[in-house]
Design a protein around this ligand. Structure first.
Ligand code: SF4
Length: 257
C-alpha cells in the first residue's frame, strides 16, 4: 500500500467525550472555516507553525507523519483497551482526505472509527470518508449563507448538501453537534431553520447542543491572533421547550464536551 503523509497537531490518548467508550482522538491540522468561537486556532492552518507563550519556550505545533506510522500508533494503543475506538478531529480531518483514508484502511479490523467533521468539503470526498467509518459527528453551524459567512467565514450550502447526502447516500450512523451560542444559534430564526432541515433527515440519531467554551480565547495570543467572537461567550443559553425535532436533543454540560 503506497504511503502518504499528513499533518496532525495533537493526540489525546484517553478521551471520554469524542464518541462511545474510551477513545484516542487524533487532531488533524487545517480547517476551511474560521468560526469566531473556535477554541483551536492552532488547528486552522495546515502548516506546521510555532506558538509563542509569555515566559515559556516557543512550541512547534504540528507534526508530519506517514499514514502507516499513525495507524501503527493507533493500533498499538487501542490493542490494550477493549471496547475502545479512535476519533479523527481537528481542524477539519477531511481536509487531508488521502492521508485520512489511508490511515482508516490500515486500522485493525473491527476498530470503531469516528470522524468529527464540519462538513465543508467536496461531496465526493465527504461521501468517500463517511462510508469508511463507524460513526460521524457532524458539526453543524449556521444555516443560511449570510450568517454562515459572518460567523464561520464560508457559506452554508455545501455543508447542508453534505448533511443531506450523509443521511440519504450512506448507512453510517451520525449525530449532529451544534454550538449553542447567544444571539448566534439560540435565536427563534435559527431554531426554525433547524426544525425545517431536520424534518428532511431520516436517520439522524440525536442532536448534541454544545455550550460555549469559556476558555476559547486562551490560545489566540500564542498564534499572534486576537479572540473577538462578537457575542457573549459567558451567557448560558437554554434550549426552547417546544423544539419540533423528532430525534432526541440535549444540551451538554461544559464538562461533557
Ligand atoms: S470548524 Fe471547528 S476547527 Fe474549524 S474553525 Fe470552526 S470550530 Fe474551529
Amino acid at each position: 500500500m503506497a504511503d502518504v503523509s499528513g499533518t496532525i497537531f495533537d493526540i489525546a490518548e484517553c478521551s471520554l467525550h469524542d464518541g462511545p467508550g474510551v477513545r484516542m482522538t487524533v487532531f488533524l491540522k487545517g480547517c476551511p472555516l474560521r468560526c469566531r468561537w473556535c477554541h483551536s486556532p492552532e488547528g486552522q492552518t495546515n502548516a506546521v507553525e510555532t506558538l509563542h507563550f509569555p515566559d515559556l519556550p516557543d512550541r512547534v505545533c504540528g507534526k508530519i507523519l506517514s499514514a502507516g506510522e499513525l495507524a501503527e500508533h493507533i493500533n498499538s494503543l487501542l490493542a490494550f483497551v477493549p471496547g475502545s475506538g479512535v476519533t479523527f478531529s481537528g481542524g477539519e480531518p477531511m481536509m487531508q482526505p488521502e492521508f485520512l483514508s489511508s490511515v482508516l484502511d490500515r486500522l485493525e479490523p473491527g476498530t470503531h472509527s469516528l470522524i468529527d467533521t464540519c462538513g465543508f468539503v467536496p461531496a465526493d470526498v465527504f461521501l468517500m470518508l463517511a462510508k469508511k467509518v463507524s460513526c460521524i459527528f457532524f458539526g453543524l453551524k449556521l444555516l443560511d449563507d449570510e450568517n454562515s459567512v459572518r460567523w464561520s467565514g464560508q457559506p452554508s450550502g455545501r455543508v447542508i448538501e453534505n448533511l443531506l447526502l450523509l443521511d440519504s447516500e450512506t448507512t453510517t450512523p451520525y449525530r449532529l453537534r451544534i454550538p449553542l451560542l447567544h444571539t448566534v444559534t439560540d435565536t427563534p430564526d435559527y431554531f426554525s431553520k433547524l426544525e425545517k432541515l431536520c424534518s428532511r433527515l431520516k436517520r439522524m440519531e440525536c442532536i448534541d447542543f454544545l455550550p460555549s467554551n469559556l476558555d476559547a480565547g486562551a490560545k489566540y495570543p500564542s498564534c499572534s491572533r486576537i479572540f473577538a467572537p462578537g457575542f457573549d461567550t459567558a451567557y448560558d443559553c437554554v434550549l426552547p421547550e417546544n423544539l419540533k425535532i423528532k430525534a432526541p436533543c440535549r444540551l451538554l454540560r461544559r464538562n461533557e464536551v
